[in-house]
Design a protein. Structure first.
Length: 433
C-alpha cells in the first residue's frame, strides 16, 4: 500500500481529467483532481460531444444536462453545394452526439468525479519533483503546495504544462491548430460545417462551423491547421467574414454579430508527446488526441482518460505500457493516417479545394456521404457492417499507408510504450515563461 497522500494526481479538470478522476475514485483509488480554475468555467469549443463521448457517459452512468442531440451534419463546400453526412449507430458508440456548453459540461463531469470521492484542488501546477530515473514524485503548485502520488495523469490541454515539465513535449513534432468561437442568436436545425476557399480554388486551411446551442444561442467558430509550427493565427477577421457569409446564406439573421470571442490551441493526431513516460500518463488534448480532420477533442479525451484510469487501476506500479497499448488499439489505426492526410491537404490547397467540391457535388455526395461521415469522424472501427463502413475502412487503410510512407514521426507516440522519459535527469523543473 502506498504511503503517499494520493494514489494518483490528475492535472486538469476538463472532460479528460474529470473522467479519469471519476473512474479512479470509483475503483477505490485516492485521487486528487487539480485545476487552476474555479468552476464553473468556460472553454473555447464547439460544444458538440461526439458519439464515442456519448457512449462513455452512458456506460459510466453520468448524466449531463444537454441542450439537445446532434445527429446528421450538413457539410458545405466552396461551391456552396451541401452534403448531408448521416449519423450511424455503431457497435460500440451511439448514433448521435449531444450539444452541451462547456461551462455546463465540464462542471457536471467535475462534480461527478468529486461525488465519487476525488479530492478537488484549485492549484496551478508550476513544477515537478522528479527522480533521476524519470519518476515524478509530486507536482508542485505555484503557492508551494506539493501533491505527491504514485501516478500522475496529465489532462491539462494541448500546451500541457505537465508534459513540458516532465520533458515529454516536443513541439516540433506536433501537428498544431488554432480555433476561436463565439455565441450568437440563431436557431440551427442541423450542425453546419463550412469548408471555404481562402481564394479561388485554394482551400482555406480549416473550416467554419455553426452548431446549435442552448436558449437560442448558436455556437459559431472557425479553426485552422498550422502544420508543425505553432504560430499566431489571427482569425477574428476570418470569423467576421464567415458570419457575413452565413447571413448571406440565411443561416443567421441579417446584422447578427457574435458575442465575446475565445480561442485555444489544438494539438492533433497523437503528435508531440508520447502517451506515457515513467509514471506520467497523458490524456485528451495533452496527448494530442484531437481529430486532425475535423478538430473534435471531447470524445477522444473522455475515451483516453477512461483508458488511463483503467490502466492505473489494473497496473498501479507501471501503468504506462498497458495504457499506451490500449490507446494504440483505439486510436492507432485512425489518427496517424488522418494526420498524414491533413498534412498532405495543407500542402496541396488547389487539390483540396477540388476534392471538397467533388465530395459535395450533387451526384457524388449521395454515394460518398456515409463514407465521408464515418471516416472523417473517426468512427470506422466499431461501425455496423454496411457498404459505407467498408468503403470508409478502405479510405482508412489508404491513409494509413500514407502515414507509413511519409509520417513516421506521427505514429511513434501511439505505437510504442515508453518506459522512461526522453529528458534524462530531472529534479525539480520550473515552468518556462
Amino acid at each position: 500500500m502506498s504511503e503517499r497522500p494520493f494514489d494518483a494526481v490528475v492535472v486538469g479538470a476538463g472532460p479528460a481529467g474529470s473522467i479519469a478522476a471519476l473512474v479512479l475514485a470509483r475503483g477505490g483509488a485516492r485521487v486528487a483532481l487539480a485545476d487552476k480554475a474555479s468552476f464553473p468555467r468556460d472553454k473555447a469549443c464547439g460544444d458538440l460531444v461526439g458519439p464515442r463521448g456519448v457512449q462513455v457517459l452512458a456506460e459510466l452512468g453520468v448524466h449531463v444536462p444537454d441542450a439537445g442531440q446532434g445527429s446528421d451534419l450538413l457539410a458545405v463546400g466552396p461551391s456552396g453545394q451541401a452534403s448531408r453526412l448521416p449519423a450511424f449507430p455503431g457497435r460500440d458508440y451511439a448514433g448521435h452526439g449531444v450539444v452541451v456548453p462547456r461551462l455546463v459540461f465540464d462542471h457536471a463531469l467535475r462534480e461527478a468525479a468529486v461525488a465519487a470521492g476525488a479530492t478537488p484542488v484549485q492549484a496551478r501546477v508550476t513544477a515537478v519533483d522528479a527522480d533521476g530515473d524519470g519518476t515524478v514524485r509530486a507536482v508542485i503548485a505555484s503557492d508551494g503546495r506539493r501533491l505527491a502520488a504514485d501516478v500522475v495523469i496529465g489532462a491539462d490541454g494541448a500546451l500541457s504544462p505537465l508534459a513540458r515539465l516532465a520533458g515529454m513535449l516536443d513541439p516540433d513534432t506536433a501537428l498544431w491548430g488554432f480555433a476561436i468561437r463565439a455565441y450568437l442568436p440563431a436557431e440551427v436545425p442541423l450542425p453546419l460545417l463550412v469548408l471555404l476557399d481562402a481564394r479561388p480554388w485554394r482551400i482555406y486551411p480549416g473550416y467554419g462551423w455553426l452548431f446549435p446551442g442552448a436558449d437560442g444561442q448558436a455556437n459559431v467558430g472557425i479553426g485552422v491547421g498550422l502544420g508543425n509550427t505553432r504560430r499566431q493565427a489571427p482569425l477574428r477577421d476570418d470569423l467576421a467574414r464567415f458570419c457575413a457569409m452565413l447571413a448571406a446564406r440565411g443561416d443567421i439573421g441579417p446584422g447578427v454579430r457574435p458575442g465575446p470571442v475565445t480561442g485555444g490551441w489544438l494539438r492533433m493526431g497523437g503528435t508531440g508527446t508520447p502517451a506515457a513516460a515513467g509514471n506520467v500518463l497523458l490524456a485528451g488534448d495533452a496527448a494530442g488526441l484531437i481529430n486532425p480532420l475535423q478538430g473534435e477533442g471531447i470524445a477522444p479525451a473522455m475515451v483516453s482518460a477512461r483508458l488511463a484510469a483503467e490502466a492505473v487501476l489494473a497496473h498501479p506500479a507501471n501503468p504506462g505500457p498497458a495504457y499506451t497499448e490500449a490507446l494504440a488499439g483505439v486510436f492507432g489505426r485512425y489518427l496517424p493516417g488522418a494526420a498524414a492526410l491533413q498534412a498532405a491537404l495543407l500542402r496541396r490547397p488547389r487539390a483540396a479545394s477540388a476534392g471538397v467540391r467533388l465530395l459535395t457535388a450533387p451526384l457524388v455526395r449521395r454515394l460518398v456521404a456515409g463514407t465521408w461521415s464515418l471516416y472523417w469522424n473517426g468512427l470506422v472501427d466499431g461501425a455496423q457492417p454496411r457498404p459505407s463502413a467498408w468503403s470508409a475502412g478502405m479510405v482508412q487503410r489508404v491513409a494509413g499507408l500514407l502515414a507509413e510512407r511519409g509520417g513516421e514521426r506521427l505514429t511513434a507516440p501511439l505505437s510504442s510504450a515508453v518506459a522512461g522519459t526522453p529528458s534524462g535527469d530531472r529534479q525539480v523543473t520550473k515552468s518556462a515563461p
